[in-house]
Design a protein around this ligand. Structure first.
Ligand code: PLP
Length: 392
């Protein structure tokens, strides 16, 4: 991995900032904004329909690149405008009835939890969260027990939560889902672009991701993976449009075969094109390499923070490039001030976004640093030193 070249490909680093908010919204490679700007200029001159026709093959490449990224086929990929859009479309394709059960986790993303609660309030769906073991890993025996007792319609797991470094064992849950033939939805919003994500190994039916985070694409983009198994069973969004089906009779339609049936007809093609190039960039760097490199950065950052006296809040056996911490006395304010003064980009998560996790940890919030493969070990040492000095 040629870090110098990778850094030269980022105009956003020219001012010397240390950018550690890749779990929020990362810096795009130059090529992403260049192709988007060029695409919009073409639309300015010829109108969107003409430009989409002329660029049809290049746009179609989005599906091939994304499939390659997660070890799927192009037919399994749908473009989405966000991870949440992908998630709600996937959920809408499952016809829930009163009394149906969804099993999820205590660490699933805030919006997923709110959606499940909404399904409970509106449709009487029962939401059950599987237990964590004392080391914060998922209690898979508890999951098997819950499945035997409740025969759930869906199991939903967030691969990497937004608010801690935990990496959930989504492969082990996938095996259990296959054994019991239960639909499996994985929120891979924070893992795609950060880890080598393989849908064959995870064995999921749906997987959702966003463009702007570790994948380094533009805002307003994301994608949904839909397995062949689910496509063959004719799952489709509840509120389907002409992107999803052919209107074959006054009162009938025929579903299109591929995951594109989960898209809406109207999207920003400039954004899809930008995301294609972001995914292509990630594929060319190589996700195994990115994963390994990121682990080196985040392990070092955690060690440094702990040895300086900060409380590091990442629980679990396998940790990601999301590093969460607070001051020795729980302070978040001073840390934020020091990071801002030193042009370090970061984010903060408060308890309302991670109600269960932060209640268990008995904290009101964390500062989040999320390094990525364009960061250097020198940057990690610099930030660690800045933070250490702030405690003096
Ligand atoms: C784990 C996780 N899932 C889902 C989302 C939602 O992504 P989007 O804002 O693209 O809908 C986020 C965003 O922070 C996230 O961290």
């Amino acid at each position: 991995m040629d870090i110098n070249k990778i850094r030269q490909d980022i105009r956003g680093l020219a001012d010397g900032k240390i950018f550690l908010n890749n779990a929020g919204s990362s810096l795009m490679p130059n090529v992403v904004t260049d192709v988007m700007t060029d695409y919009l200029k073409q639309e300015e001159l010829s109108g969107g329909y003409h430009v989409a026709n002329v660029n049809a093959n290049a746009l179609e490449g989005f599906y091939d690149e994304t499939a390659k990224l997660i070890n799927a086929q192009s037919r399994n990929i749908a473009f989405a405008t966000s991870a949440t859009e992908a998630y709600t479309k996937a959920l809408s394709s499952i016809i829930f009835k009163e009394g149906d059960v969804i099993i999820t986790t205590a660490d699933d993303y805030i919006s997923n939890q709110i959606t499940f609660i909404s399904l409970h309030k509106k449709l009487g769906v029962k939401v059950i969260r599987m237990k964590n073991l004392p080391d914060h890993e998922l209690d898979l025996e508890d999951l098997e027990k819950l499945i035997r007792e409740h025969h759930p319609k869906l199991i939903a797991v967030t691969h990497i939560p937004t608010n801690s470094g935990l990496i959930q064992n989504v492969e082990a849950v996938g095996k259990i889902c296959r054994k019991h033939d239960i639909l499996y939805l994985v929120d891979a919003c924070q893992s795609v672009g950060q880890l080598a994500v393989d849908v064959e190994k995870i064995n999921c039916d749906f997987l959702t991701a966003t463009g702007r985070k570790f994948l380094r694409g533009p805002r307003g983009t994301g994608f949904l993976y839909v397995s062949d198994r689910v496509l063959e069973q004719e799952y489709a969004p509840l509120l389907l449009d002409m992107r999803g089906a052919d209107w074959t009779a006054y009162d009938d339609y025929e579903l299109f075969k591929t995951a594109k049936r989960f898209e809406h007809w109207e999207i920003s093609y400039a954004s899809l094109y930008g995301l294609k190039h972001a995914v292509q960039y990630a594929n060319s760097v190589g996700m195994e390499r990115v994963e390994q490199y990121n682990k080196g950065l985040s392990d070092r950052l955690r060690e440094n923070l702990k040895s300086s006296g900060f409380s590091v809040w990442d629980w679990g056996n396998r940790l990601s490039s999301i590093v969460t911490f607070s001051g020795p006395d729980g302070d978040l304010e001073k840390i934020q001030q020091v990071l801002k003064e030193n042009n370090v980009y970061f984010s903060v998560t408060y308890k309302n976004s991670a109600l269960i996790d932060f209640s268990t940890k008995n904290i009101h919030g964390i500062v989040r640093l999320s390094p990525h493969y364009f960061n250097t070990m020198e940057e990690i040492e610099t930030v660690s030193e800045i933070l250490k000095n702030s405690l003096k």
